[in-house]
Design a binder for this molecule. Sequence first.
Ligand code: OAD
Length: 257
Amino acid sequence: MIAHFPNEMTTKWKMDQTGKIKERIAKARAITVLTGAGISADSGIPTFRGEVGLWRNFRAEDLATPGAFARNPRLVWEWYDWRRGIIASKSPNAGHQALVEMEKRCPRFTLITQNVDGFHALAGNRNIVELHGNIWKVRCTQCGQVSVNRDVPIQILPYCKPASGGCGGLLRPHIVWFGEALDSRDIEKSMAALQSCDLMLVIGTSGVVWPAASFAEVAKSSGAYVVEVNLDPSAHSIVVDEVLLGRASEALPRLLS
Ligand code: OAD
């Protein structure tokens, strides 16, 4: 079922739908949430697809693959430094805050995010799987050590500091690039949460990047009720039980009110 938020004609149905989902949230013993770039869009962080998405103006092949980094690490770092600057100047919005409240109310709550901005942790969520990594973490290409680096701008190129016990190797963003495998522990934790939840929310993701694109189906086939919150219908919309069309920063607080 699909309902549009701002449409007056569907006001009654919209309220019915909202009420139904609110009840599901209140009764759920285990909620698993999957978020994508759409939840941070209202904070002013660009999404990837759509008319003003990052992949409209940049080629992922040049910036977000191991090959791109091997060819031109400076260019890749400059792009991530630009994105770090944008994220550092923004903050989590009411949609992120609503998920913090949801975690407080629900006995078992897992938040799987494809976002690398770190906003869910900043907002206050605890049980988070950062499926695609975190833009504030760096990883040494030589020794593999992962560390937090919040410098804006970051030194380009950054190296694993020998003065702090590092090996001197070149650092890369701790982000899963196209063509790379996800951390198997993140997949295991996600699968366990998807297969054991009674309610799943899919928020602000286009549903075209695997394996996250399959998560709604995993939860549904394991018996969960699945609700999508998105500005527009997505690849998930035919799989889920309810599609709530609207901005995450408006729709999510309403579901918790
Ligand atoms: P996309 O940019 O593909 O999709 C963003 C989704 O958010 C779309 O479905 C929009 O309709 C929706 N949206 C936009 N604004 C919204 C709002 N205010 N409220 C609710 N929904 C809104 O982003 P992702 O699906 O997250 O991977 O992309 C998945 C992955 O592809 C990213 O993690 C990234 C990218 O390449 C890596 O960088 C590894």
